[in-house]
Ligand binder design. Structure first.
Ligand code: PBG
Ligand code: ZN
Length: 323
């Protein structure tokens, strides 16, 4: 019998020698949600293990994740005050600035990324300013996005990640950052972001569901493969340092295509709905949660991702530490 495949699977050492893809603790960025107050740690019912936390609790969380070798986070804020233009995130006292400063003060070498958008800060829940017909005004949103970027930069963030899918956002942010002395601050673009039902649980955590309408006017149609590649290549042309595909699991084909089309580092966002499904499967006792999780995360790397933004980051690092 022809044994050309089986003879390389005979023992674990040989299997490891011929392994093509590995997950490491350096691959992950862990999302954290900050809320006003002290001593607050509210678990999200659809996302066990994911919390809204006040700054003091965020600091405790950072202290813990560093002990397991997880050193990169992405921050989302849930402000107390929301209005039509998201003014909370445009002042130097914003909850996100205070959080970044607190983290960088206590853990200067922690790599802190901020999500840059308006949906958490606006009372209507859209990712920018609305015009008379209740559609997001692209160019007006670019202006306030640049202001928000400077607030994050001044607070000492290590990388900004604009997630609102406005046209021209990367060029607008790069120009503003460069002309204000932040030439060394990298931008990770949410370059190919689909209008996805998989964001449902996130909108509960971030309290950011649009009060009316949806995001189909600015986020991508899940049906479009060629446009998905163009979206990322356009952000590359505008000066993005890292590209991203979001969500991850239902878009592995798109991850691979963008990997092949660009030489920039590529991130994927393993989103809230993907996490919630695995957690629900675990609770129902129908899957081996840890193995399914690690297999899922590995699939992102096999598809071509360099960086995985995931709510599983902590659990994955704990498992990798045991291996
Ligand atoms: C904000 C933003 C969203 C996510 C990340 N940044 C929500 C959205 O676009 O509706 C989703 C993350 C997740 O589902 O885990 N623009
Ligand atoms: Zn948004």
């Amino acid at each position: 019998m022809f044994k050309r495949f089986r003879r390389k699977r005979v023992n674990e050492t040989l299997r490891n020698l011929v392994k093509e893809t590995v997950l490491t603790k350096n691959d992950f960025i862990y999302p954290l949600f900050v809320k006003e107050g002290t001593g607050i740690k509210n678990e999200i019912s659809s996302m066990p293990g994911v919390f809204q936390m006040s700054i003091d609790e965020i600091l405790k969380e950072c202290a813990y994740i560093r002990t397991i070798g997880l050193n990169s986070i992405i921050l989302f804020a849930i402000p107390d005050l929301k209005d039509s233009i998201g003014s909370e995130c445009l002042c130097e006292h914003s909850i996100i600035s205070r959080t970044v400063k607190a983290i960088k003060k206590e853990f200067p070498d922690m790599f802190v990324v901020t999500d840059l958008c308006f949906c958490e800060y606006t009372d209507h829940g859209h990712c920018g300013i609305l015009d008379e017909n209740s559609t997001v005004n692209n160019d007006a949103t670019l202006e306030i996005s640049a202001q928000q970027a400077l607030i994050h930069a001044k607070a000492g963030v290590d990388m900004i990640a604009p997630s609102g899918m406005m046209d021209g956002i990367i060029e607008a942010l790069r120009t503003t950052l460069d002309s204000n002395g932040y030439e060394n601050l990298p931008i990770m673009a949410y370059s190919t972001k689909f209008a996805s039902a998989y964001y449902g649980p996130f909108r509960d955590v971030a309290e950011s569901a649009p009060s009316k309408g949806d995001r189909k006017m600015y986020q991508m149609d899940p049906a479009n493969r060629l446009e998905a590649i163009e979206e990322s290549l356009e952000d590359e042309r505008q000066g993005a340092d890292i590209l991203m595909v979001k969500p991850a699991l239902a878009y592995l084909d798109v991850i691979r295509e963008i990997r092949n089309a660009s030489k920039l580092p590529l991130a994927v966002y393993n989103v809230s709905g993907e996490y919630a499904m695995l957690q629900a499967g675990k609770k129902a006792g129908i899957i081996d949660y840890e193995r399914v999780m690690m297999e899922t995360l590995l699939s992102f790397k096999r598809a071509g991702a360099d960086i995985i933004i995931t709510y599983h980051a902590k659990e994955a690092c704990e498992i990798l530490n045991k291996q």
